[in-house]
Design a protein around this ligand. Structure first.
Ligand SMILES: Cc1ncc(COP(=O)(O)O)c(C=O)c1O
Length: 385
């Protein structure tokens, strides 16, 4: 394939992806590397609790770097199994209220490692249609049969379970909070279904951990289904402000993954500075529920202004999609917001289904009241024009 011809084609279809180098500033702002004087309010980041530059997170990261150097030096099953990994796994197991947790290099690596460990040829995976790309890639790597059900439609899932369950292992995979739609999976009826049909259930809590649940344990905690979910996974790269990922569940399950998940076995352990940051972040999340309250006060303020302006269907979370339909419209809207100092990403196919291009606003704790009011006013104005 000719690279340039392909890139030109993508551009014509308004699908070309380009990198924009930025510098993150305090107060939820960023500047563009090419034009440092222009600053923007960042409505694209997943640093929901603003922990990535929290003083305790930064200082623990420094301390761990000084203590242990810049890298783990090897995969954990070689000589790279630093004691600090176990400390973070214990903290994570406590946060998720599960007996055990296992670290992965990233959320992407976790999904690509866990799913093929749990399902293989002859098995079947039932996956919500709007699941993240990393889940799809994990499903493909597994070589299990993939059966997709309509987004959050448990009647559809049950019909498929009746027809396609078969006699092998069956795994149901969902996200608890959908990354591009900001809506929640109906976890309570889902656990009933998975028990009725003898399936395993894996829940991706990438966007829910730290944000939902009285103790920050995510939507599985908030919905009271912790013990009925076989594997909860999530990332440290969003509300926890760091990097890396985890799977939480029974001790047997994490031991199984140590032996079976290839992205765990064949990859270097995370760097100490990252572990220090994650440890501090997990402790803050457990000890300071006010971080979540502050975030949701901001979410409510933003939504209430949009509702007064006539926008509805804003969803139940800190992720707020504003659907516009075609990619060119989403790009235009993103540009007009950019002209008013607001950075919100236009999300287009293939990341989301055809005809559902959107602007995705994510609210973070460091955005001020004035910033939220400004963004809501500019958005309402742009949608009128
Ligand atoms: C639902 C979901 N799962 C997994 C991932 C991947 O996580 P990470 O960024 O740590 O690779 C993401 C992030 O983009 C996500 O939104």
């Amino acid at each position: 394939m000719d690279y340039q011809a392909w890139l030109n084609q993508q551009k014509q279809k308004n699908r070309l992806r380009t990198l924009v180098a930025v510098k993150r500033l305090s107060g939820g702002e960023l500047s563009l590397a090419g034009d440092p004087k222009a600053t923007f309010l960042d409505f694209s980041s997943n640093d929901y609790l603003a922990l990535s530059n929290h003083p305790e997170v930064v200082s623990e990261s420094h301390r761990f770097l000084e203590l242990a150097g810049s890298g783990a030096g090897a995969a954990r099953l070689m000589s790279g199994d630093l004691a600090m990994f176990h400390e973070l796994e214990d903290e994570m197991a406590r946060l998720k209220n599960r007996p055990s947790a296992l670290l992965f290099g990233s959320g992407y690596m976790a999904n690509c490692g866990i799913i093929p460990a749990l399902a293989g040829r002859g098995d079947v995976i039932f996956s919500d249609r709007l699941n993240h790309a990393s889940i799809y890639d994990g499903c493909r790597l597994s070589r299990a049969r993939l059966v997709r059900f309509r987004h959050n439609d448990l009647d559809h899932l049950e019909g498929l379970l009746r027809k396609e369950r078969g006699g092998g292992q069956a795994l149901i995979v969902v996200e608890s909070l959908y990354s591009m739609d900001g809506d929640r999976c109906p976890l309570k009826p889902l656990v009933e279904l998975k028990e009725k049909y003898g399936c395993r259930l894996m829940v991706d809590e990438a966007h829910a951990t730290g944000v939902f649940g009285a103790g920050g344990g995510g939507l599985i905690e908030e919905d009271g289904v912790v013990d009925r979910v076989d594997i909860a996974m999530g990332t440290f790269g969003k509300a926890l402000g760091s990097y890396g990922a985890y799977a939480a569940g029974s001790r047997e399950m994490t031991q199984f993954l140590v032996n079976r998940a290839r992205s765990f076995i064949y990859s270097t352990g995370l760097p100490p500075a990252v572990i220090g940051a994650s440890l501090a972040a997990v402790r803050l999340v457990r000890q300071q529920p006010q971080l979540r309250r502050e975030l949701f006060e901001k979410v409510e303020l933003f939504k209430s202004i949009l509702r007064q302006g006539g926008l509805d269907n804003l969803g139940p979370s800190q992720i707020i999609p504003v659907l516009v339909g075609e990619s060119d419209k989403a790009l235009e809207l993103a540009q007009s917001l950019r002209n008013h100092g607001i950075f919100a990403t236009a999300v287009r196919p293939p990341t989301v289904p055809e005809g559902t291009a959107r602007l995705r606003f994510s609210i973070t704790r460091h955005l001020s009241k004035a910033a939220l009011e400004h963004c809501a006013a500019v958005l309402l104005d742009a949608l009128k024009g």
